[in-house]
Design a protein. Structure first.
Lengths: 661, 276
């Protein structure tokens, strides 16, 4: 690693990488954004100029080195440029989740003491104004979209385009000062601060240095041979570490093109138009696409449906092997090639995956059927395992060693060890500097030698050296009779059914396990429509007896699958209920990255959990909900509780599991 | 329209601090008869530049007839219509459209088989001057005009947040979105006065809220003068700067929402007498 550092001497900050890209790849496209129905593009040279003007504009407004600049908005080149411009001034960018409500925003803005806030539009400005005195350090609000902003008090407010124009005019006056700030950036300077969504408690600001970001980006780009010819689509929240690594770290390191969709609703169309070669999506995106493909196939004509069925069977049989370059018989190859012309090719084109060279999924476990579906089409979808504190990469799957149940081998430069209790620890160049203003948390997460606790329990497969993750270490517990309880393991199995959107399993310290189920409105709604089942609301559909019957089948199938594993067989679901509302980040039930917050759910629905364990058949409940505009309301429902059949463990079917609970 | 932000308007302020300009359209002693039926009886009111003017009234009060008089579809037997300080002679609807009036319809009147984009483009037909043959082969001036018009249409698509349905045939859209597309088409004509015939009819609460916001935004961003007919009293009182109240073809009230709300004749005719 020492050698690589020396080889890249001088490229020790994102602005330095930008300067290199502007001179070396000046005429290649750096950014694209669809605006007014047309893809607008900027080369690296143009982007460098735009960013410099922004940085000068920030200096005009009085931004100082060491200041924090919050950025709240959707993925737009202007917002990425603002982050790099802030870095140029020696300030630290702090991207925030744009769907955060004002209260969440107040905490983060107050915690980092941001002086400047860059807002995407009026909605974000309103939230920052609502925060008001709870973030007293905020001095300047800068907004990108001018719509609706005319009547605001502009004494502390500016349009980003105006700031940029002022910066352009100030080149003579402030240019040398800016150059001094850029030259002062080194490997240990803070590159970005990202707030972890926090499955428990308040979010923590993770401080990542230039070293963390640049080393990690370069190592991971080398791992997958990413070059300046890649095309990526930036559509995941800018506040999420993955987006920062992919759309800034790797994009600047490898100098590839980042395209920003027109808006969240047009993402699928834009994906198809761009046809990225390097793509990342959480499992739910792949699940959603597969569900919509299947729904549309149900409505297709008989011939199409027959062709689809036939060739998907061929693809499942030989697709993954062909993708990995393994030997496959000539007839199968021909059949697959024909399928590619008739079905796979057009399907991939519709999904926008025609050109994918490397695709990743992470964040949650992905269903094996879903994973195999995409791989059998010839899409090189792989898994990685990472977290904010590691600048994403901990493990990833190398080409040719891809499976749905592992998360791969340690990424380049990453060391791994497994503790006594099964918890995974890592040490890497990407290991975060510290939690902002939180030495206690830093000390409890990262030890003196730099080993970081992931909080996940896992084990290495002896044959392959791949890491397998079972569950959150703190969630892995014991049931009343001492059997192992791993809720996430069960929840993931449940969620692999398209009808089930979310599941929350309870059972720690209890005699048996129970579950809350959230139905997937798209899948179940479509099923209801095809079966002429009328429903007026989510609540009514969720409580429908036939829906309960379907979910019961799924739960029992999962029970059977869990029973195959003697160690975890105690986790079978004895009783379940279908929730009357979707778990929602606005209600605090999930994180913004859509991970369930177990404790909050357990508190909020204590009455329902009690009912699951006291044997009652129905339970009346009243739940507070938060609407998108922040107002609160109540919904009432009587929920049915269903008992399920348990399967006794099949002892002859023992599978080795390398974890001791 | 886009080049005329509301700040450039002159004139007085409304009660809530918005600007309204001089009188844009003045309707004087309008009477409209269909045979023996008198639909509108001697009504006068004006529309000022930059304001949102509502016409309300119970069923059959003559609201839609009034809108049709303004849009030139009906020619009143008596009375005068003054537009921008000049008396408007009886005109064909397309001539009125060229003067700068655009409207939406109570029953959506879009081309179902055409895409959203094409539907909105039809709103700019008045601005296409290239001859038919040039448009057919998309050559020279026709090409230039199409590019310019498309740009304006895209700005409206962006404004009304319908980018994701740009290429979707209108027939496949839900009702609320169709209404929005109709508004987009009317806006594409860059009207001096935008006439909305029951823009919220048949909508659910969420769609109504969206539509309200768009109407206010159109008025605020583009400074477009808006005249609307609406049943939903809550909507009218929140949106409008001034309200005309009609009942059986007569005008029974005219003024700010507060004034109208306090008018005893309006209360008895339209809002009903309170049952305390």
């Amino acid at each position: 690693m020492q050698k690589t550092q020396a080889a890249h001497a001088g490229l020790q900050s994102i602005p330095a990488l930008l300067a290199r890209n502007a001179s070396q790849f000046g005429t290649r496209t750096a950014y694209r954004e669809k605006e007014f129905g047309i893809w607008q593009s900027w080369t690296w040279a143009q982007s460098a100029r735009e960013i410099r003007e922004l940085a000068l504009g920030f200096l005009v407004l009085g931004l100082r080195p060491g200041d924090y600049v919050a950025i709240i908005g959707r993925n737009r080149p202007m917002h990425y440029w603002s982050m790099v411009a802030a870095q140029m001034c020696g300030a630290i960018p702090v991207p925030l989740y744009q769907d955060a409500v004002a209260d969440e925003m107040a905490y983060v803005l107050g915690n980092c003491g941001a002086r400047f806030v860059v807002c995407g539009d009026q909605e974000q400005v309103d939230k920052v104004l609502e925060v008001g005195t709870r973030a007293p350090a905020v001095e300047q609000i800068i907004y990108t979209d001018k719509r609706g902003m005319r009547k605001y008090d502009h004494s502390r407010m500016n349009a980003l385009a105006d700031v940029q124009a002022e910066g352009r005019a100030a080149e003579q006056r402030l240019g040398p000062e800016l150059d001094r700030h850029i030259a002062a950036l080194d490997y240990d300077a803070t590159c970005v601060m990202l707030y972890t969504s926090g499955t428990t408690g308040k979010p923590k600001g993770v401080v990542l240095s230039n070293r963390n970001i640049i080393e990690t980006a370069r190592n991971s780009a080398d791992f997958d041979h990413l070059s300046e010819r890649e095309e990526a689509l930036a559509y995941l929240p800018m506040a999420w570490v993955g987006d920062f690594i992919f759309s800034v770290g790797q994009a600047y390191s490898a100098a590839f093109t980042v395209s920003c969709p027109e808006g969240a609703h047009t993402m699928m169309t834009d994906l198809r138009e761009i046809g990225p070669t390097y793509f990342f999506a959480p499992p739910r995106v792949f699940e959603g696409q597969l569900t919509s493909v299947m729904i549309r196939m149900e409505d297709a004509g008989r011939i199409k449906r027959g062709l689809f069925k036939h060739y998907m069977a061929v693809a499942r049989r030989v697709g993954p092997q062909i993708l990995e370059g393994k030997p496959v018989g000539i007839l199968d190859r021909l059949s697959y090639a024909l399928g590619n012309i008739l079905i796979f090719g057009p399907l991939k084109n519709t999904l926008g995956y025609s050109r994918i060279r490397v695709g990743y999924t992470a964040g949650e476990a992905i269903g094996p059927e879903i994973f195999d579906f995409y791989r059998s089409l010839g899409i090189n979808l792989k898994q990685l395992y990472g977290q904010t504190e590691a600048s994403v990469f901990i493990t990833q799957q190398p080409d040719g060693e891809v499976r749905s149940d592992t998360v791969g081998v340690p990424s380049p430069g990453v060391e791994l060890k497994i503790a006594e209790n099964g918890e995974v620890f890592y040490r890497s160049p990407g290991t975060f500097v510290e939690y902002f203003k939180n030495p206690d948390s830093t000390a409890s997460t990262k030890d003196a030698e730099g080993w970081v606790a992931t909080g996940d329990a896992g084990f290495f497969e002896e044959a392959t050296g791949h890491l397998r993750i079972i569950d959150r270490a703190k969630d892995v517990g014991k049931m009343a009779d001492g059997r192992m309880f791993a809720p996430k393991y069960v929840e993931n199995k449940l969620k692999f059914y398209p009808n089930i959107l979310e599941a929350v399993v309870f059972g720690a310290g209890r005699d048996f396990c129970t579950a809350f189920i959230n139905i997937d409105l798209t899948a179940v709604g479509n099923w209801a429509e095809r079966n002429n089942i009328a429903y007026a609301s989510y609540q009514e559909l969720a409580g429908h007896p036939q829906v309960y019957a379907t979910i019961k089948d799924h739960v029992q199938a999962v029970n059977a699958s869990i029973a195959e594993d003697p160690m975890l067989s105690g986790c079978q679901i004895s009783r379940f209920l279908v929730l009357h509302k979707e778990l929602d980040p606005d209600d605090g039930e999930m994180t913004r990255t859509r991970k369930v917050r177990r404790n909050i759910i357990a508190d909020k629905y204590a009455d329902l959990i009690a009912a699951l364990y006291d044997g009652s058949e129905n339970v009346f409940t009243e739940t507070e909900v938060t609407y998108e505009d922040g107002r609160k309301g109540k919904i009432r429902a009587t929920l049915h509780i269903e008992d399920t059949r348990l399967v006794s463990p099949t002892l002859h079917h023992v599978k080795a599991k390398g974890i001791a609970a | 329209m886009i080049a005329t932000p509301a700040t450039e308007l002159t004139g007085e302020f409304t009660t809530d601090g918005r600007r309204t300009g001089p009188v844009l359209m003045d309707l004087k002693n309008i009477t409209l008869r269909f045979g023996g039926v008198v639909a509108i009886k001697d009504i006068s009111f004006d529309i000022r530049e930059g304001e949102i003017r509502a016409i309300i009234g119970p069923n059959g009060a003559g609201k839609s007839s009034m809108l049709n008089v303004i849009s030139g579809f009906y020619v009143p037997q008596e009375g005068e219509i003054w537009f921008e300080g000049a008396r408007r002679p009886p005109m064909k609807p397309y001539e009125v459209a060229r003067l700068g009036l655009a409207r939406t319809f109570q029953n959506i009147a879009l081309f179902d088989g055409m895409s959203v984009l094409d539907n909105i483009m039809t709103g700019r037909l008045n601005r296409m001057k290239a001859p038919l043959w040039a448009q057919a082969i998309w050559w020279g001036r026709a090409e230039r005009e199409e590019v310019e018009n498309r740009e304006q249409v895209e700005k409206i698509i962006d404004f009304l947040e319908i980018q994701n349905i740009r290429k979707t045939p209108v027939g496949r859209l839900p009702y609320g979105l169709k209404k929005r597309v109709e508004l987009a088409r009317a806006l594409a004509a860059e009207p001096r006065i935008l006439l909305l015939d029951e823009p919220m009819a048949g909508m659910n609460v969420e769609e109504k809220e969206d539509m309200c916001r768009f109407i206010l935004d159109v008025n605020d961003e583009f400074g477009t003068t808006i005249a609307l007919i609406e049943h939903d009293m809550g909507v009218v009182m929140d949106l409008s700067d001034r309200v005309v109240v009609m009942d059986y073809g007569r005008k029974i009230g005219d003024g700010t929402p507060d004034e109208v709300r306090a008018n005893p004749e309006v209360i008895s005719a339209y809002l009903g007498v309170s049952q305390e």
